[in-house]
Design a protein around this ligand. Sequence first.
Ligand SMILES: [Zn+2]
Length: 295
Amino acid sequence: MNLKPESAGQSQIDYSTIEIVDVHAHVHTGDRAKQSSERNEDAKRLFGTSKEAPKAIEEVYKDLNGVAVIFDVDSETTTGLKISNDEVAALANKSMGRLIGFGSVDPRKDDAALVEIERCKSLGMRGMKFQPITQRFSPSKKRYYPIWELCESLGLIVIFHTGITAIGNGSPGGRGLHLKYGRPFPALDDIAATFPDLTIIAAHPGWPWHEELVAIARHKGNVYVDLSGWSPRYFPETTVRYMNSMIPEKFLFGSDFPLFPPSRWLAEFGQLKLKDEVVTKVLRDNALKVLGLVQ
Ligand SMILES: [Zn+2]
């Protein structure tokens, strides 16, 4: 399977010189981008000043001598908000390799989701992001298998949120969200077994199911774990042990930008007692291979 990006020829970034690959960064597009700029306008009216404009995501990763995988999440059937894969693709395309676009579809749109996945591929997307808790679906249901089959045949990587989520945290009923959809086992194990050529990234350490997740990553050659959305200071002990000994090639740096700043993640990760070669693998080498940026 050749995962080399179509735009590799025009890429200005020499991936052999970059220091980090963040496989998990969020961007807001479509209705969600509109919502956040409206909130900024409201704040301006209320306080007479606007917050200092945040650094553009491309600049954040340029300063870190890194690259990042970017995506939004389509949960239109549950939230009514539209996102735009075109905006993600445009950001990625103009970054000349600094930002790598992943698409998103709401799996509950069924056939329309399949059409959009094909379109994402044609836009140059390298993978697709799924958030089963906010998208309210169980990835192991047969209804969704055509999605995994299509991603496998198109060579698109799939990222699944796993574990608890910050969304709805502490609010009554957790805003109606069901954590069961974030449990990696058996869903991701079933999908990995059924679609062996599908590369699966389980996002976050997967707490409180981190041991199940490590077991899947150890057993299934096509499953990886990104360590985003979690302070490295509080990584579960099992996760750190398996990363540092048995399966260092299966863990990837991810921050969850902008929720978790990559610079803070990197500083905390640097405090863990890990072998030097493991650090390089997790921060860079594993992701370069998984994303097909190096042979
Ligand atoms: Zn995330």
